[in-house]
Design a protein around this ligand. Structure first.
Ligand SMILES: [Zn+2]
Length: 359
């Protein structure tokens, strides 16, 4: 796997190295030479116990062209992260870019962890950053803490759940904690966008299919039928780039006034930004200013940092309860899929118990 470009999945013509955790972020969050924690050594890999080494060694092969393209996103997102930390007003476009970058980090971490773990769970690594970035509805919980010293930290990335589907992870940048959740049609129906009537797992791959139907063309609250504990802001952005539905015709359900009105970039397939704070849902379109991130309540850092990681594990478990229909699968395949997610849920529950003891 290490021979392939982390962005496009091809063998690089001209090789370069991509830092999954960019240099600018490492510098923004402490001593650039410090050791970082990358989960635990897995059976069959070199070493035992905790995996620790400097961030700069966490690099992966990439084509020069891909690296240059994504380098642009890195340089554009840096000032956005600084704005968040400084509590300066963001534009909708800034927030959309931040969510895009989080997609990149989440998929990059997934590929990176698979490589470190030597893919011990035998997961089909069937997509790279290009294929997953911005494809699915995305949600981000943002919370602030009273932390003074800088840091960067990632949570819920060393679990079988994350290995099977990199849909949820927690991370901290200095005194901010984030939980990122991204999954196909996560809230498209309740936000009024087209959605899949029935999501059906394909017997030949990890992909799914289904009949795309017209949206209900209004917002139904709550956007997700799961209580989301937070005392910060929840950001939602519906996505309809839908790599799985490629033809114009298949995407025609999106060609309506409702989607156009609620799209930040219709051509690209990005929806508007929705922010939920104190139970109030605000929508932000093109060039709108987002002020919801200002004056967030300040939480105890120790408590919140543990709670965020617990919450990320719970989100992973919740997604295991929302699996697509398996009617096209053979009995054997059904058993296999179910046993995988049962294992992932079990491991997560062990982690949740362990973390709760620390509170
Ligand atoms: Zn490439």
């Amino acid at each position: 796997m290490s021979k392939y470009c982390i962005f496009c999945g091809n063998k690089p013509q001209e090789k370069s190295r991509e830092h999954i955790i960019p240099q600018w972020l490492i510098e923004l969050t402490g001593d650039p030479k410090r050791d970082a924690f990358f989960g635990y050594h897995k059976p069959g890999t070199k070493g035992e116990g905790v995996r620790k080494y400097p961030f700069k060694h966490f690099t992966f092969p990439a084509c020069v062209t891909c690296n240059t393209n994504y380098g642009r996103l890195e340089s554009e997102v840096k000032p956005v992260v600084e704005k968040i930390l400084d509590e300066t007003t963001l534009s909708s476009e800034d927030m959309s870019m931040f969510l895009e970058w989080i997609d990149k980090v989440r998929i990059g971490l997934w590929l990176g962890m698979q490589q470190l773990d030597k893919n011990y769970l035998d997961v089909d690594v069937n997509f790279h950053i290009d294929k997953r970035i911005g494809q699915y509805d995305r949600l981000l919980i943002i919370q602030k803490t009273d932390r003074i010293s800088p840091r960067i930290n990632f949570g819920a990335t060393d679990t079988p759940a994350f290995s099977y589907t990199p849909s949820v992870f927690a991370f901290s940048i200095n005194n901010y904690n984030f939980i990122s959740v991204s999954s196909a049609f996560l809230f498209s129906r309740r936000i009024g966008f087209p959605y899949l009537k029935e999501m059906i797992l394909s017997p030949d791959s990890d992909e799914f299919s289904g009949e795309l139907v017209n949206g209900i063309k209004r917002v139904m609250k709550p956007l997700i039928r799961r209580a989301i504990p937070n005392n910060g802001v929840i950001v939602y952005q519906p996505q309809f780039r839908n790599g799985m539905l490629r033809t114009e015709d298949e995407l025609s359900e999106y060609n309506c006034d409702y989607v156009r009105t609620h799209a930040l970039d219709y051509q690209k397939g990005d929806g508007n930004i929705f922010c939920e704070k104190n139970g109030v849902l605000n929508e932000y379109g093109s060039n709108d200013e987002i002020n919801d991130l200002q004056g967030l309540p300040v939480n105890d850092d120790y408590q919140l940092s543990i709670k965020s990681i617990i919450e990320a594990h719970k989100w992973q478990n919740w997604l295991h309860t929302q699996l697509p229909d398996m009617k096209l699968l053979t009995l054997e395949q059904k058993k296999f899929v179910k046993s995988r997610f049962a294992l992932a849920t079990r491991v997560n529950n062990l982690w949740i118990n362990k973390l709760e003891e620390m509170l």
